[in-house]
Design a protein around this ligand. Structure first.
Ligand SMILES: *Cc1c(COP(=O)(O)O)cnc(C)c1O
Ligand code: SF4
Length: 397
């Protein structure tokens, strides 16, 4: 754990330790796997390099080795920090990403951390100080100004890290500001968060919890749609009384809770886990939204699941559910050109192929058109797929 946590961020809190992890099941326990460093998270070669450097006792040498290993772990997947950043006056608007016309992503500076860290996190680089994400104090007013001049944006997605680590006072600056004249076109406001799983006290007993719920109510009363996009990997995260209370209190404000999570080896690569997760969510009034494919970054080789297996898990889990839970799309890869869903495996013109489609794309005209890749039982990400039928490239390339 010491070796792995030199490279990948590690942070866990008392709630996760005392209430979520079942210590009788360790090390297999899914929440332990989700949050604690595991030896297999580094390749044997990387592990040895860091471990040897630790043994020398030379801190400068260790820092160099750690840095080198991190750079080999694709710390900024899908160009998330460089691409789609608006430059209204020639200068990049820090903390804002605008990839799909109707949706703007906002990364508030104070929300760029988490209550605990998932060891597969695709934002892992920013948690170890390699931010590329240093914001100015003006970021919130700059965001409001940008939105005022972009009437095509009706969907704002506030993301992190976890924006719900922010004090209500700071969230209020952001959200109340959206309710002012000139921003009526921003109708849907989403907040991506893991707080329901990692710190449900945020909505119940934190000193500014009640004030937070009043803020949510103001957003809803203004006629906007407020959606908490809750990251939930395992149904166990929804079983504690405090999590249940948090869900009830959030729903009472009129906000909707939608749920999403990546499919991860060692944590939830089992159709029964997803089936129970989605059933539980529907029963608690939450809306299943996305099942993601583990991204090409960090400890990916520890968590990744072949696309064909991901599709089979999705299919098995979803086909024993009522339509209420079939709102969930997936398995979906958030890649540079857009979100690509694995629709299935078929045999066409004598060739075994993956059937894929864009759920979201840089070019909206790409969405929902089935396209085909040569079947590969080991492929885990879009960049490992080749076009089917001998085509030289995919239609979007
Ligand atoms: C997923 C994602 C969104 C939101 O997409 P929806 O399909 O509307 O949920 C927006 N921007 C980026 C960059 C994304 O990856
Ligand atoms: S909750 Fe999300 S942002 Fe936070 S550590 Fe986990 S994956 Fe990363």
């Amino acid at each position: 754990m010491e070796v792995v946590s030199q490279v990948l961020p590690f942070r866990v809190n008392r709630y996760v330790i005392e209430q979520l992890i079942d210590w009788k099941q360790v090390p297999e326990d899914p929440i332990f796997q989700l949050t604690f460093p595991q030896p297999g998270m580094l390749s044997p070669e990387h592990f040895r390099r860091v471990s040897d450097a630790m043994d020398t006792g030379d801190r400068a040498h260790l820092a160099r080795e750690v840095d080198a290993v991190r750079r080999e772990l694709n710390p900024h997947p899908a160009g998330q920090m460089e691409h789609n950043v608006p430059r209204p006056d020639g200068k990049p608007l820090r903390g804002v990403q605008h990839k799909y016309a109707e949706t703007v992503l906002f990364f508030p500076a104070r929300g760029q951390t988490c209550h605990s860290y998932c060891s597969f996190c695709f934002r892992w680089a920013q948690f170890i100080g390699d931010t590329g994400l240093r914001f100015s104090g003006q970021e919130i007013s700059q965001l409001h100004r940008y939105l005022r001049s972009h009437l095509e944006v009706n969907d704002l997605l506030i993301t992190g890290g976890d924006p719900m680590v922010m004090k209500t006072r700071h969230l209020g600056e952001l959200l109340d500001g959206l309710l002012t004249p000139g921003l009526e076109h921003v109708r849907d406001i989403r907040i991506g968060t893991k707080s329901l799983s990692f710190w449900p006290y945020r909505y119940v007993t934190d000193p500014d919890a009640d004030e937070l719920l009043r803020l949510f109510e103001r957003v809803v009363e203004s006629g906007r749609h407020l959606s908490l996009m809750a990251h939930v990997n395992h149904w166990r995260e929804l079983e504690t009384p405090i999590a249940r209370e948090a869900i009830r209190r959030i729903r009472d404000t009129g906000a909707v809770i939608r749920t999403q999570a990546p499919l991860l080896a060692h944590v939830n690569d089992d159709p029964h886990v997803w089936n129970r997760l989605w059933r539980t969510q529907v029963r608690l009034g939450m809306v299943p939204y996305y099942m993601f494919v583990e991204r090409d970054t960090g400890a990916r080789h520890y968590f990744e699941v072949p696309l064909v297996r991901a599709w089979n898990i999705y299919r098995e889990a979803a086909s024993h559910l009522s339509g209420l839970a079939r709102t969930v799309r997936g398995p979906s890869m958030s890649a540079a050109p857009g979100k690509v869903e694995v629709l299935g495996v078929e045999e066409l013109q004598g060739e075994k192929v993956f059937v894929l489609r864009f759920l979201q794309a840089r070019d909206p005209g790409w969405c929902y058109r089935p396209f085909f890749a040569r079947f590969d039982e080991r492929a885990t990400w879009l960049d490992q797929l080749e076009p089917a039928f001998g085509e030289p490239r995919f239609f979007f390339q």
